[in-house]
Design a protein around this ligand. Structure first.
Ligand code: FPP
Ligand code: MG
Length: 455
């Protein structure tokens, strides 16, 4: 059983939050500090590092800061020599816009079916205007470009590569793509197909009425067809995935499917005492929100022919970005405006789900434990829980947790191997900007539509 957040276990709860924010595994699994495997791998050293004495930590911190400053000025000088202005703002979406449009057009082809009812259902969220912000493909294309040196091969090769990357790939899903960028684009497509499939299923489970500002598909075509449309998207994703002929990538994305289902079932079926556990909450959050983007980022780097260390930085970026988004989304469920969010506030409490703000608040207000354990089912529970959260520092602590993961995502970008290509550097900046946006509430809702929330 994981640590509980009741009055007798506050320190354990705080430790759990810190541990999960600092421990990272780049192999798709979570690391546990105690060496017990239990479906996750062990990672004693990170745990020890995050729990050392304060003086020792301060000295390390000062050293790290100094070397960071050195690295920053060296990097700035290097970027300037390449003609890339580090201080100029970038819009991550604009950088990949043309390529995203090409991918969207291909996805629209990929989800067609000869069976009219299936085609109507499967195409629903791929129509122009219904695609959402295509957050995952944006991250993945930026990551692919952040590691691609376009400048090698001269100006002709450069414009040729750009033109090729923004042209629509008309090949059928099962056809093996012959160049690296096409393979990477297919991966971005697969990721979005899996994402939309999971949302179709989720909306049936949640009896949702709206999604992406439209009537939810389950309302349009009924639960049975909505589920089958999700299955169909997964089937198309599987065919495309097989066409990549890369067993490691197939394994990574298959693992994501396992995580999505596991996360959802964990949320649905947790025993009362598990609902109080930060470990449970973090695992579920990773499975439901962060695993897809983390493992896809790793996969796109492997498809680019890069080494496993680079792939693990990409994984870390995706994991921290996904967690930062979800924590911020958990905050917005308390403080956001329903109209901006596109969904009612306090939705999590109403669905019986205790997120970080409530778990933190329970440390200050132990009476919350009973409400969490009965999933806020009694009349007045939702209002009382909301009131207690607001009279605690749960929201501030969750924001801090989101910021911590955002900073770790930025660090993962900085750990990528050096590259002498202005476009790659711009893409790295775009990745960092996304990490900053994840924790700025306005963009989180209106600009990004979030990796979590309105998806
Ligand atoms: C949104 O959750 C849902 C997910 C992130 C994943 C749902 C996963 C499944 C239903 C398992 C099946 C998976 C596949 C691949 C078919 P939410 O309800 O917390 O967020 P919302 O507000 O966007 O609905
Ligand atoms: Mg839902």
């Amino acid at each position: 059983m994981g640590p509980r957040c009741g009055s007798s276990a506050r320190r354990t709860c705080r430790r759990a939050a810190r541990r999960w924010s600092t421990v990272g595994a780049s192999d798709g699994s979570f690391k546990r500090p105690n060496g017990a495997i239990n479906g996750f791998q062990t990672g004693a050293s990170s745990w020890v590092a995050s729990n050392r004495g304060r003086d020792e930590g301060d000295a390390d911190w000062a050293k790290a800061l100094r070397s960071n400053l050195d690295a920053t000025s060296t990097r700035r000088a290097h970027s300037a020599a390449l003609g890339f202005d580090e201080t100029e703002p970038v819009n991550p979406f604009t950088i990949v816009n043309d390529e995203l449009s090409a991918i969207s057009a291909r996805m629209r082809q990929a989800v067609t079916s000869e069976v009219p009812a299936l085609a109507t259902a499967a195409e629903y969220f791929f129509k122009v205007g219904a695609e959402g912000k295509r957050m995952r493909p944006t991250v993945l294309l930026l990551m692919a470009s952040a590691l691609t040196d376009l400048s090698s091969g001269g100006a002709d090769a450069l414009s040729g590569a750009r033109a090729a990357s923004v042209s629509i790939d008309h090949a059928p899903a099962h056809e093996v793509p012959d160049d690296t960028r096409r393979r990477q684009q297919r991966l971005a497509e697969i990721t979005e197909l899996i994402h939309v499939a999971s949302l179709l299923h989720d909306d049936v489970l949640d009896s949702a009425a709206t999604r992406r500002g439209l009537r939810a598909l389950n309302l349009e075509v009924g639960n049975k067809l909505a589920i089958l449309a999700g299955d169909f998207l997964l089937a198309r994703a599987s065919v495309t995935l097989a066409s990549l002929r890369n067993t490691e990538v197939i394994e990574l994305l298959s693992r994501v499917l396992e995580h999505l289902v596991t996360g959802e079932v964990m949320q649905m079926t947790a025993k009362p005492e598990r609902l109080m556990s930060f470990d449970h909450y973090f695992q579920k959050t990773y499975f439901k929100t962060a695993s897809l983007i983390a493992n896809s980022a790793k996969a796109i780097v492997l498809l680019g022919g890069h080494d496993t260390e680079t792939a693990s930085h990409a994984y870390d970026y995706g994991r921290h970005l996904g967690l930062a988004f979800q924590f911020q989304d958990d905050v917005l469920d308390f403080v956001g405006s329903g109209s901006v969010l596109g969904k009612p506030t306090l939705g999590d409490l109403k669905e019986g789900i205790a997120t970080a703000p409530v778990l933190f608040a329970a440390e200050e207000h132990p009476s919350l434990s009973a409400l969490i354990e009965r999933r806020f089912k009694h009349v007045g529970d939702v209002e009382l829980a909301n009131d207690l959260v607001r009279r605690s520092d749960g929201i501030e602590r969750t924001k801090a947790l989101a910021r911590e993961h955002s900073a770790l995502a930025v660090k993962a970008v900085e750990a990528l191997p050096a590259i002498d290509c202005p476009h790659a550097l711009r893409c790295r900046k775009g990745l960092k900007e996304l990490a900053h946006m994840a924790v700025r509430s306005e963009e989180h809702t209106s600009e990004l539509q979030s990796l979590a929330g309105s998806r």
